[in-house]
Design a protein around this ligand. Structure first.
Ligand code: TEU
Length: 572
């Protein structure tokens, strides 16, 4: 079988991939609550998105991943769904969603919906009927009777505390790997699976182009729900991550939904804790058929026992992770490429320099995400070089995970006050990347005419789309050029990856090769000037295609790199 990652020559000699539009695509994530508010309630909404479809089209992205806009009590900002087929009132109506879909499709952009089916909201009808013991819903969740003082096992919730809560109505415990308002669905129950598949088919018939599958590798829990190793980080993870029947469920899901429509549907599984070997079982022709997965190894580099202990990270360790994923999915499978999303800190703060070299390091990071083999995901505001947000007190926080962390740290004595955990919150909390899009330097950055649901980053007066789009040296213009360059050059999409100087502490250099096409990407991932030799066997005839600083048009024998300088050389 030919390598599915190689472009197939079309009849006209074009190298258009016969399927898998998503391999060439650049995908933009919209976090609805913080994108754009059209009605002044301080919360982003779908009409506000429609207003900015031209903005996305001009940036050059090919698809939008829309985080949940479904009916929800918002305990976890929409990742707690109470009605899968309804749009939450604060975001608009189904007619608004249909208008957004049409607006995107009219401009040849696609729409990927977030699929959250490991759990529902406790306000979902299914859970309400389940806690009442009503068949068939009584077995739609994991219920265990027993001592109200003793949870059925020692599993931890991702958001702190036990993964079990005792329900006084049913007089039993129920499992929730996340918040207590997010009860886990019992995927062993065929009625649950069919109800989910029916809902997925309903959205596919509406014309969507794909699913981002929330924590999709957590669906399968082992019989008996055995205790986990209390010394293994997140207790129970060894049981509920990539559980015993996960591949049965995912293969069945794909067959019952995505594979029932006659167009190419992109699926990206969010898979906490996944390894390259695990990913090979989820993606590609030899796997469960997912297009790709979001892995977490590279964004966890430098973490201690938890992200809250994130410390110093070293580039060689990061390069080793990237190389393993690039080569591990090169033959059968495909990578997603991201450094930012609504759960991760702003990339320029986490991996770049959000002070002296904010713009330049933001461009370097964008160069990185757009020149690896895999589909780049751009998180809203990343194209502006937006940075982490300061939070002065717990009262300014909105995320259940962050608030639980602060309260638990104080309750256990690990912290005397918020001041003791403020640095961790500002460095890695999810709120730090969820503050509103910064459209202008005007009131509330042009995000809302009302009171924003969460504070804005005070730097919106200088970091905003209006300024970025008019400044030729901006991050926005550079992203526009990057996206265009990647779409023009197959070697950046399909080329084989080879790492050079793996042990260099500051320079990340790699080549991409596709037939006669070559690319050399050199990134000085530091605030110091660096000099390196051009790697052996690199064609000296390569020409500069894009750079974030003044750079020679052709390759010499050495490369003198300024702080945070990024360069891409390609076959002419
Ligand atoms: O995230 C799952 C997940 O792994 C993250 O919660 C991650 O572990 C954590 O944020 C690291 O700090 C998905 C969604 O992206 C997230 O927003 C939801 O809160 C979660 O699932 C539950 O649906």
């Amino acid at each position: 079988m030919s390598n599915p990652n190689e472009p197939a020559d079309g009849a006209d000699g074009s190298t258009e991939q016969p399927r898998a539009w998503w391999k060439r695509a650049d995908i933009y994530q919209i976090y609805p609550r913080s994108f754009n508010d059209s009605d002044g309630d301080g919360i982003g909404d779908i009409p506000g998105m429609i207003e900015n479809v031209p903005y996305l089209d001009e940036l050059g992205v090919d698809a939008v991943w829309l985080s949940p806009v479904y009916a929800s009590p918002q305990a976890d900002n929409g990742y707690d769904i109470s009605d899968y087929r309804a749009i939450d009132d604060q975001y608009g109506e189904l007619a608004d969603w249909e208008e957004l879909l049409a607006a995107l499709h009219d401009r040849d952009m696609r729409l990927i919906m977030d699929l959250v089916v490991n759990h529902t909201s406790d306000e979902h009808e299914w859970f309400q009927r389940s806690r009442a013991g009503e068949e068939p819903y009584d077995e739609f969740y994991y219920w265990r009777e027993g001592d109200p003082a003793e949870p059925p096992n020692n599993w931890d919730s991702f958001f702190g505390g036990s993964a079990w809560s005792y329900d006084e109505t049913r007089e039993a415990w129920y499992l929730h790997l996340f918040d207590e308002k997010q009860p886990d669905l019992n995927w062993r129950n065929p009625a649950v699976r069919e109800a989910v598949y029916e809902m997925m088919r309903w959205w596919l018939q509406k014309g969507i182009d794909g699913f981002r599958m929330d924590v999709i590798n957590l669906l399968s829990k082992p019989e008996g729900l055995p205790d986990g190793d209390p010394d293994g980080g997140l207790t129970g993870a060894e049981h509920f991550m990539n559980g015993p029947k996960i591949h049965d469920y995912l293969s069945e899901m794909m067959a019952e939904t995505v594979e029932t429509v006659d167009r190419e549907i992109m699926t990206v599984g969010e898979t906490p804790g996944v390894s390259v070997e695990d990913a090979q079982e989820f993606v590609g022709e030899d796997g469960d058929g997912l297009s790709m997965v979001f892995q977490f190894e590279h964004v966890s580099v430098g973490d201690g026992d938890s992200k809250w202990e994130a410390g110093e990270w070293h580039l060689p360790a990061f390069k080793e992770i990237i190389e393993r994923w690039q080569t591990g999915l090169a033959e059968d499978g495909w990578n997603s490429i991201y450094l930012s999303n609504h759960d991760q800190p702003r990339m320029v703060s986490r991996f770049g320099d959000d002070d002296q070299y904010r713009r330049k390091s933001a461009k370097l990071l964008g160069t990185f995400t757009h020149t690896l083999q895999g589909t780049p995901f751009v998180y809203q505001g990343e194209e502006l070089g937006m940075t982490n947000t300061p939070f002065e007190s717990i009262e300014e926080l909105r995320d259940v995970e962050a608030i639980n962390f602060v309260e638990e740290a104080i309750a256990t004595g690990d912290a005397e006050s918020y001041a003791d955990v403020r640095d961790a919150i500002e460095a890695v909390s999810r709120d730090t990347a969820r503050t509103p899009m910064q459209w202008t330097d005007g009131t509330h950055a042009g995000f809302t005419d009302g009171d924003p649901w969460i504070k804005l980053n005070p730097n919106y007066t200088s970091v905003n789309a209006e300024r970025e789009r008019t400044d030729p040296a901006s991050v926005w213009q550079y992203y526009q050029d990057l996206i265009a360059l990647r779409e023009e050059r197959d070697v950046l999409v399909f080329g084989d990856f080879e790492l050079h100087y793996p042990d260099h502490p500051s320079v990340f250099a790699y080549t991409r090769t596709l037939g006669d096409e070559r690319g050399l990407i050199v990134l000085n991932w530091s605030g110091e000037s660096r000099s390196i030799d051009v790697p052996d066997h690199v064609d000296p005839g390569l020409e500069l295609a894009i750079a974030n600083d003044d750079a020679p048009q052709t390759l010499g024998t050495t490369l003198e790199l300024s702080p945070w300088e990024a360069r891409v050389y390609l076959t002419g």
